[in-house]
Design a protein. Sequence first.
Length: 254
Amino acid sequence: MNRASTLGSKWVKTKILLLNKELRKFVPETKIYNQTNLQQMLNKHKMVYVKPINGSFGQGVIRVEKNDKKYRFQAGEIARSFGSFLGLYTSLNKAKLNRSYLVQQGVDLLTYQKNIFDTRIMVQKSPRKTWEATGYIGRVAHPKKIVTNFHNSGKPLPLELLLNSYLKNPLKKEYIKNLQHLGYQIAKHYQKTYPRFKEIGVDIGIDKQLKPWVLEVNTAPDPFIFNKLKDKKMFFKVLRYAKANGRFLHVKRK
């Protein structure tokens, strides 16, 4: 397996983060999906996400919950409930994609108008070859879905707007700056293992105590989500850096 395909693996990317003791505290507990691990994680966390090891756009992601002795999972817009763990597990194996999966500790995310949201932090090599946090954006889940991805009906919105009811300026500005610094630290750490990559998109979930959790690290991040913001300044910078890094050379700035 070549390095490019290896780095597409969520399991490999999680293990890289866990090597860093400063970053480790931001990583939700994650295990390879199997019956024992799923049961242990549900008993411990009550809510988990089951994710394909290789996949994008939130496709195939399933949320699984345990409440007392009842179990429930949601895949897409379809939710099912079960009276036993075995019933859940059997049905879950039919609902998930036919590929290897992870089970990840669920994060009780902040909400905007009753819908969960997370944030994408973009970190890129600048034309001067130094790492720079170039963009940040909030992603609100569709009311009937469990993932925030734009390609899965999620709605991109300014992060400042989504944080308005949780933080006031100047605390909000400082908080966003800290999220960007976390993304920068992850890029610097990843480069020790994979020196050739030039961009990452870090998906960060924020819990009710405002603790950030690194949900996923994308090594081929989509810059065009930033074009959904009314203020295009961030998008133009992200796209300019992406082109400087050899991507999207055919795309013209409008």
